[in-house]
Design a protein around this ligand. Structure first.
Ligand code: UFG
Length: 333
């Protein structure tokens, strides 16, 4: 059975595609290459360059490849951008997903794994969040993903489509074999920014906010290695294929690190020092958010293999070094 991976040329998508291909799955990738890179898609998977919002293209693809499962990652995912361009985010993420979902239901696709986000929770009262917490997204990005969750839930009730929603926490690191990694030039994610600073691709980096109500005053996040997130997708697909009911789960490790912890770890692992400037809070950042992982542990036979900040940072550093060796300017964005 063919699996369609939307956004399969992106950071997380390309890791998923590599793993599925390694497992002998037949994979087709739909990606508009707005942020993805075609060369990260392995030769064994077919890359179709196009948009999830192009209904005719999606219908053709689903029927030509007799797609039975969709792993849907294609989305815009930069929180501050979504605040500046909310309608662009609703258009790309929510309206685009509607087109994809309609085509999937029409084509009789059986299984759907959806890439959602911890951003649906907003700024929680207590750091540890379970899936039963009422979502209160603070950004159009979070809201656009929550709307898609809702569409999926309603569609799942009305037809035979079975789904798993995975709410990603802070994804970082790179493929341990370094086949792919976070290649986005203007990435804003903390670990990527810090390894760029360590490698001299940035003159310095900033810590946004040192007056949060946390032990060291900086924000706390649950960083998950991208390879463990990949195995969560593989397990979710396996669960659905075995007849599992539609469900929703957090994807994290259940413990967090502060921004200072991350910066210190990057300095220690790299053995390199770099300038860190203290700056005011970044708009929209929750103080602390950590996944309650009881659901994923209970429902899927998921055992993380890289639950270790040093490992995440080491793999992120190795990937960045590889990017630098390939195209020095790739690091400067
Ligand atoms: N941070 C810095 N300096 C930087 C970059 C980040 O201090 O240069 C801080 C942020 O202020 C925040 C923390 O590091 O406190 C993590 O920031 P990221 O930008 O790495 O990640 P976010 O937590 O903002 O968001 C990420 C994804 C979202 C997703 C969210 C879920 O970007 O798509 O995790 O928690 F929704």
């Amino acid at each position: 059975m063919t699996i369609l991976v939307t956004g399969g040329a992106g950071y997380i998508g390309s890791h998923i595609v590599n793993e599925l291909v390694d497992r002998g799955e037949s994979v087709v990738v739909l990606d508009n290459l707005s942020t993805g890179f075609g060369d990260t898609v392995p030769a064994m998977a077919q890359l179709v360059v196009g948009d999830i919002g192009d209904g005719a293209l999606v219908e053709k693809l689903l029927s030509e490849h007799r797609v039975q499962a969709i792993v849907h990652l294609a989305a815009s995912s930069v929180v501050p951008d979504s605040v500046a361009n909310p309608l662009g985010y609703y258009s790309n993420n929510t309206a685009g997903s509607l087109v994809l979902l309609k085509a999937a239901v029409q084509a009789g696709v059986k299984y759907f794994v959806f890439s959602s986000t911890a951003a649906v929770y907003g700024n929680p009262q207590t750091p540890l969040v379970g899936e039963d917490l009422i979502p209160r997204p603070m950004s159009p990005y979070g809201a656009s993903k929550l709307m898609t969750e809702r569409m999926l839930q309603d569609a799942g009730l009305a037809c035979s489509l079975k789904y798993v929603v995975l709410r990603y926490f802070n994804v970082a690191g790179a493929d341990p074999k370094l086949r792919t990694g976070q290649s986005t030039r203007a990435a804003t994610h903390l670990i990527k920014v810090a390894v760029q600073a360590a490698l001299g691709a940035r003159d310095s980096m900033a810590i946004f906010g040192t007056d949060y109500p946390t032990p060291d005053g900086t924000c706390i996040r649950d960083y998950i290695h991208v390879s463990d997130l990949v195995s969560a997708h593989v397990e979710a697909l396996g669960y659905l294929r075995k007849g599992g009911a539609s469900t929703l789960m957090n994807c994290g490790y259940g413990h967090g690190y502060s921004v200072r912890d991350v910066v210190d770890t990057v300095k220690r692992v790299s053995g390199l020092d770099f300038e860190v400037k203290m700056q005011p809070r970044r708009a929209g950042d929750p103080a602390a958010i950590v996944a309650d992982v009881r659901n994923i542990r209970r429902i899927l036979s998921w055992t993380p293999a890289h639950d270790d900040l040093e490992t995440i940072v080491r793999h992120a550093l190795s990937w960045e070094q590889k990017l630098l060796a390939r195209t020095p300017r790739a690091l400067s964005g």
